[in-house]
Design a protein around this ligand. Structure first.
Ligand code: NAD
Length: 484
């Protein structure tokens, strides 16, 4: 492993590793120790241009979009196999780069394999449709074709599985890809490049450029030879991308931030709701787009739930992700530590009461206590903005009117996910319809699954990933009409 870390980490372009033309490098920091664990080159406009041209050639002249679907499928399955064989190493890299505990990075590596296998299986099922047009002497059908060169831009919170899942959908559709992982967590994507070589992908089908958002990311979004940007990251960057993509009206899908509500009714199984609601916001130190950060609890069980979640938080083992018994690792960076601490402070200044936590843990590494706050109101920054940290606001509700409850839950610019805890099936279904969010989870944790469409309402994004819609987002529809 130390051999990989100390390698010269360049760019993966057209099936080969190459140095960046820029002098700039990025120091990769282990957030549990604050030590530099690797140095990687930062690519810029020139590297992005070379990568896009390689992807363009692999799309326009290369084998990938024209390959028999079953052959595409076989290569993707081979990549799944080599990733599976390297899963322990990938999980380790992810943990020292992002900080997440090994239980989470191991699960995420397995999920990446699952995504690849699922979407590989779709390759052979991408068909078309015959249309009964209004003119009887016309035989008309439509077919799906890959959109072209995809710029895939990913965040740092689940670096490996996000990159693989995006890539898997684009590749299944027949697209070629330029991946730009987050500059904060580039290691697993660089290892992915090696595994892509090992799996035997044709040159240029996948290219990987590590670099800063403002340089490499910007160049990819603005590049006129890119047909689509698939972006996962913050809403602020997503809004910028929408404007920057206008040059050639490239297609854009956006998976952005969230401020998801968890709603707990008095008829819920509180024994299960306590750990469920807690881990919906504390897992990965709250650095999860679907984190249930606004916890609405019926007054009848408010104290019981808050006491339960606070006790659960107090028992969570916070520590280095490499320690087998750590349940919560550090935040990803010094910036993220400052940001989360700033949110907690602003909540306190605005009158919120910290029921549990609120403090940094230790003085080396970016650890923060899982934190429960109460006595908040809707205008506070901690209620309105995405914190992306292990902080949950407990908010009581009194009435049983589902419209009122939904109105409070929907009172946010975001609309990514929502959680309901109840044993009343009718109430659950009624409320699920009223909530303005792309993923409603009932009586359980995160159901992110390659077969289930996922994405946001409102400022949480554009379009859907996963499921049939996820692959369709990488395709154009072409209609053919034949005069008989
Ligand atoms: P970010 O927007 O800062 O960065 C995401 C990626 O965009 C990085 O690769 C970054 O280098 C790149 N980037 C930054 N500026 C860019 C620019 N001008 N042009 C092109 N690329 C640019 O987000 P982050 O801090 O890495 O990730 C956290 C955010 O991601 C949170 O808001 C979280 O909710 C969101 N997220 C959403 C989902 C989802 O599926 N909806 C999943 C994970 C994370």
């Amino acid at each position: 492993m130390s051999a990989f870390l100390s390698k010269r980490h360049g760019m993966f372009i057209n099936g080969d590793w190459t140095d960046s033309s820029a002098d700039e490098t990025i120091a990769v920091i282990d957030p549990a120790t604050e030590e530099v664990i690797a140095t990687v080159q930062a690519g810029g406009e020139a590297e992005v241009d070379r990568a896009v041209r390689a992807a363009r050639a692999a799309f326009d002249n290369g084998p990938w979009p024209n390959m028999a679907p079953i052959d595409r499928m076989m290569i993707m399955l081979r990549l799944a196999d080599v990733i599976e064989a390297a899963a322990d190493e990938i999980a380790f890299l992810e943990t020292i780069d992002n900080g997440m505990p090994m239980w989470l990075s191991t699960g995420a590596a397995a999920k990446a394999v699952l995504h690849l296998r699922h979407f590989a299986g779709i390759c052979g099922r991408l068909g078309g449709q015959v249309h009964n047009v209004t003119q009887p002497d016309i035989h008309a059908y439509s077919i799906k074709e890959p959109v072209g060169v995809v710029g895939a831009i990913t965040p740092w919170n689940f670096p490996f599985v996000m990159a693989v899942a995006k890539m898997a959908q684009a590749l299944a559709a027949g697209c070629t890809v330029v991946l730009k992982p987050s500059e904060i967590t580039p290691l697993s994507a660089l290892r992915l490049g090696e595994l892509i070589q090992q799996a035997g992908f044709p040159d240029g089908v996948v290219n990987i450029i590590v670099g800063y958002g403002r340089d490499a990311g910007k160049a990819l979004v603005e590049h006129l030879l890119v047909d689509k940007i698939s972006f996962t990251g913050s809403t602020a960057t997503g809004k910028w991308i929408v404007q920057a993509a206008a040059g050639n009206l490239k297609r854009v899908t956006l998976e952005l931030g969230g401020k998801s509500p968890t709603i707990v009714f008095p008829d819920a199984d509180v024994e299960r709701a306590v750990p469920g609601a807690a881990m919906a916001v504390f897992a990965n130190s709250g650095q999860v787009c679907v984190a249930g950060s606004r916890l609405f609890i019926h007054r009848k069980i408010f104290d019981k739930m808050v006491d339960g979640i606070s006790a659960f938080a107090a028992n969570l083992k916070v520590g280095s992700g490499l320690d087998a018994d750590s349940q919560i690792g550090p935040l990803v960076s010094r910036d993220q530590l400052d940001r989360v601490s700033g949110f907690i402070e602003s909540g306190i200044n605005e009158g919120a009461h910290v029921v549990h936590g609120g403090k940094r843990v230790g003085d080396a590494g970016y650890f923060v206590q899982p934190t429960v706050v109460a006595e908040t109101h809707g205008d506070m920054r901690i209620i309105k903005e995405e914190i992306f940290g292990p902080v949950v606001a407990a908010i009581p509700f009194d009435d049983d009117d589902l419209d009122q409850i939904a109105a409070r839950a929907n009172d946010t610019n975001y609309g990514l996910a929502a959680y309901i805890w109840s044993s009343d099936a009718s109430k659950i279904h009624k409320l699920a319809r009223k909530l303005r969010a792309g993923l409603i989870q009932v009586n359980g944790g995160t159901a992110l699954d390659p077969a289930l469409p996922f994405g946001g309402f409102k400022e949480s994004g554009w379009g859907r990933e996963y499921g049939a819609e996820g692959v369709e987002a990488y395709m154009e529809t072409k209609s053919v009409a034949i005069q008989l």
